[in-house]
Ligand binder design. Structure first.
Ligand code: S3P
Length: 147
């Protein structure tokens, strides 16, 4: 049987990059977008806007869909577009990594690479955003794993 891919989704700080880096043939969508654009995610948000970044994510996901045997670590917002969730299902098994807001805060508090969390590094903000996104992650996922 032809093996498809494993896609890791979930909120910032739930361990997608950490888990995928330990596995072979890993692709991190944030890292690939940064490499292709020649700038950081923060600069893409600041100079081109979030919408442009989301379009880059969708385009990359569609490209990766035809690959096989990859572990694809998706940026935390990738699962939010229904269009992306549908492409993910075709691309492979979608694993949703989860964590409590307190744990996420601990993991992201010394990292300034995430524009959405700049000035928002507190449990209330993270908890609210997580709640807003919860149904999207759930709908996109085949299985959930608490990290
Ligand atoms: C985002 C998550 C980030 C990155 C960008 C937006 C989000 O990826 O794609 O900052 O909207 O949740 P990580 O989940 O890898 O931090």
């Amino acid at each position: 049987m032809e093996r498809k891919n494993i896609l890791l989704i979930g909120f910032m700080g739930t361990g997608k990059s950490t888990v995928s880096a330990r596995l072979k043939k890993e692709v991190d969508t944030d890292m690939l977008i940064e490499k292709r654009q020649g700038m950081t995610i923060s600069d893409i948000f600041a100079k081109k806007g979030e919408e442009a970044f989301r379009n880059m994510e969708t385009e990359l996901l569609k490209e990766l869909k035809s690959e096989r045997n990859l572990i694809i670590s998706c940026g935390g917002g990738m699962a939010l577009r229904d269009e992306n969730a549908a492409v993910m299902k075709e691309a492979g098994t979608v694993v949703w990594l989860t964590a409590e807001p307190e744990t996420i805060l601990e993991r992201v508090k010394h990292d300034d690479s995430r524009p959405l969390l700049r000035g928002n590094k507190n449990v209330e903000f993270i908890g609210n955003l997580l709640e807003q996104r919860y149904s999207k992650y759930k709908a996109a996922a085949d299985v959930a794993v608490a990290t």
